[in-house]
Design a protein around this ligand. Structure first.
Ligand code: NAP
Ligand code: MG
Length: 474
C-alpha cells in the first residue's frame, strides 16, 4: 500500500490541514493501491506563500547554478528508474515496457533537454537601442492530467526551474504517485526550499484555487478543453498568464504512394500506445479512396501485433485509466455504430478472456464521415476512424475541418506531397513518416488545442517575462 497522506510544502513533508483522503486504484486489477490526502485551500495558501518567499533568491540564482541543479535532478531521476516504472504501471496501467520506454524516458529527456536549452539561453541582450532582459514570470501553478504522469509534470517543472520560477504542482488525483517520487527526487537533488511545492487534491478545490489565486502569476495546465476554459475564466480576474495544452483529433494522411503495411502499423500504433490516451494521437486516418480495401486488410492484420492484457506481462496495451474513462470509450463506440460507421474491428465490451480491469478492445471504424461524432470529438481511448479522400486538397480540407490543431501526420514517398500536407495542416506539430521525437522541438496546439508551447527553449520562455531597459549603463 502506498499511503502518501502528506503534501510537500516549503521543503518539507507536511500533514494536510483537511481530513479527506482519496483511494487510488490500479486500473488493471481494480484494487486499491494506496491513498492520498485531498488538500485544502489552507494547504494551497501555505504552498503559495512558500513559493513567494522563495521567489527573490530562486529567480536570481545564477544560470550556472540552475544548470547544475537540473543536472543533479536528472541524476537523481535515473536512480529512481525502477520505482518510476513500477509506479506508473500500477497507477496508470501502462505495460512495463511502455512505462520504461515512453513514460520514464520522457521525464528524463525533459530534464536533460531543459539543461541543454538553459546552457544556450540568453537572458540579457544588448540590442543597440535597448537592452532586453528575460526574467522569471513569478510563482507558477502547474495542473497536470493522468495520462502521462511524468511527461507533463517534468516538462513544466524543468522549464520553470530553468527560468527561476518557483512552482506549486497539483497532479491528477487518480495518478498521483509518480509526482510524489518527483518531489523526493527534488528533495534529494537539493532544490531550494519553497521552489517546489506539491499539493494533492481535487480540481474543484486545488485546481480552482490555483487558477484564481492572487499570488500566483502564471498557470500552466494540461488537460481537457472544458477545464481549460474554466482556468482562463478564473485567471482573467487577476490578468494571470496561462498556458494550456488541451485535446486533439489529429489526422494521419496516408499518401497514394505509401507502403500500405507500414502506414497501417503507424496508424494502429497511435491507438495502441498508452491505450490511445494520448492528446496528440492520430485518431482520424485519411486514406485515398482507391486504397480503402488494401488499407483495411492491412490494419486488421497489424492489430494482432499489439496485444492487450496484463501490463505486468508482455503486452503492449494496458487498461484504460479508470471506470469513467472505460464508460466514455464505450459510449463513443456505440455512437459510432449509431451514426452509421462500419465497425471493422473491436467494439464494445472487454477483450476476450479478460473480465477484470478497465480493458477495452482496439477498435477500428471505417466509412467514417468527418461530421460524425467519432471524427470530431476526442475519445481518448483505442478507437481509430478511417476516412477516405480524393486528391490532396480534399485530404487537407478534411484534416483541417476540426476545432483542434494539436498535431498532424503524413506518410508516403512523394516529397512535394509530403511537404504540401505538412505545411497545410493547421496544427502545432507535424510528423512526416513517423519521424523520431525531438525534445528540443516546441509542443503545443493551434485553435482549441491550446495556448503556448512547451519543451526545450520554448518551454523556458513560458516561465519568463520580457523587460526592456533603455539606457542601461554598460
Ligand atoms: P481534466 O479533467 O481536464 O483534468 C486535468 C487536471 O485538471 C487534473 O489534475 C484535474 O484534477 C484538474 N482539474 C479538474 N477540474 C479543474 C478545475 N476546475 N480547475 C483547475 N483544475 C481542474 O482532464 P482529465 O479528466 O484528466 O483528462 C481527460 C481529457 O483531458 C482528455 O479527454 C483530453 O481531452 C484531455 N487531455 C489533454 C492532454 C494534452 O496534453 N493536451 C493530456 C491529457 C488529457 P482532478 O485530478 O481532480 O480531476
Ligand atoms: Mg478529471
Amino acid at each position: 500500500m502506498r499511503n502518501y497522506l502528506k503534501h510537500f510544502i516549503n521543503g518539507e513533508w507536511v500533514e494536510s490541514t483537511g481530513s479527506d483522503v482519496e483511494e487510488v486504484i490500479n486500473p488493471a486489477t481494480e484494487e486499491v493501491i494506496g491513498k492520498i490526502s485531498l488538500g485544502t485551500k489552507e494547504d494551497l495558501d501555505k504552498a503559495v506563500k512558500a513559493a513567494r518567499d522563495a521567489f527573490p533568491s530562486f529567480s536570481t540564482m545564477p544560470k550556472e547554478e540552475r544548470v547544475k541543479m537540473l543536472e543533479r535532478i536528472a541524476e537523481e531521476y535515473e536512480k529512481r528508474k525502477d520505482d518510476i516504472i513500477e509506479t506508473i504501471t500500477d497507477e496508470l496501467g501502462s505495460p512495463l515496457t511502455v512505462s520504461e520506454k515512453v513514460h520514464y524516458m520522457m521525464g528524463y529527456n525533459h530534464f536533460s533537454q531543459a539543461t541543454e536549452s538553459l546552457k544556450e539561453f540568453t537572458f540579457i541582450e544588448d540590442l543597440g537601442g535597448h537592452t532586453r532582459v528575460k526574467e522569471s514570470i513569478g510563482v507558477s501553478g502547474l495542473i497536470t492530467p493522468w495520462n502521462f504522469p511524468t511527461n507533463q509534470t517534468s516538462t513544466k517543472i524543468a522549464s520553470a526551474f530553468a527560468a527561476g520560477s518557483p512552482v506549486i504542482l497539483k497532479p491528477a488525483e487518480i495518478t498521483p504517485f509518480a509526482a510524489i517520487i518527483l518531489a523526493e527526487i527534488f528533495e534529494a537533488a537539493g532544490v531550494p526550499k519553497g521552489a517546489f511545492n506539491l499539493v494533492n487534491g481535487t480540481g474543484e478545490v486545488i485546481g480552482n484555487g490555483i487558477s484564481s489565486h492572487p499570488d500566483i502569476d502564471f498557470v500552466s495546465f494540461t488537460g481537457s478543453g472544458k477545464v481549460g476554459q474554466k482556468i482562463m475564466q478564473n485567471a482573467s480576474e487577476t490578468i494571470k498568464n496561462v498556458a494550456l495544452e488541451l485535446g486533439g483529433k489529429s489526422p494521419l494522411v496516408v499518401l497514394e504512394d505509401a507502403d500500405v503495411e507500414k502506414a497501417a502499423k503507424v496508424a494502429v500504433n497511435h491507438i495502441a500506445t498508452n491505450t490511445g490516451q494520448v492528446c496528440s494521437a492520430a485518431t482520424r486516418v485519411l486514406i485515398p479512396s482507391k486504397m480503402k480495401d488494401s488499407f483495411e486488410e492491412a490494419v486488421k492484420k497489424v492489430l494482432s501485433e499489439f496485444p492487450v492484457g496484463n501490463p505486468r506481462e508482455e503486452n503492449y496495451v494496458g487498461p484504460l485509466v479508470s471506470k469513467k474513462q472505460w464508460d466514455t470509450v464505450q459510449s463513443y463506440i456505440e455512437k459510432g455504430k449509431e451514426e452509421g460507421a462500419t465497425l471493422l474491428a473491436g467494439g464494445t465490451g472487454k477483450p476476450e478472456g479478460i473480465d477484470k480491469g478497465y480493458f477495452a478492445r482496439l477498435t477500428v471504424f471505417s466509412d467514417v464521415k468527418n461530421d460524425m461524432t467519432i471524427a470530431q470529438e476526442e475519445i481518448f481511448g483505442p478507437v481509430m476512424s478511417i476516412l477516405t479522400y480524393d486528391g490532396l486538397d480534399d485530404a487537407i480540407e478534411i484534416s483541417n475541418d476540426t476545432v483542434y490543431g494539436l498535431a498532424g501526420y503524413v506518410v508516403g514517398e512523394d516529397k512535394d506531397a509530403l511537404r504540401k500536407v505538412a505545411t497545410s495542416i493547421r496544427a502545432g506539430r507535424i510528423k512526416v513518416n513517423d519521424a523520431e521525437a525531438d525534445f528540443a522541438a516546441p509542443f503545443g496546439g493551434y485553435k482549441q488545442s491550446g495556448i503556448g508551447r512547451e519543451w526545450g527553449d520554448h518551454g523556458i520562455e513560458e516561465y519568463l517575462e520580457t523587460k526592456t531597459i533603455l539606457g542601461f549603463p554598460s
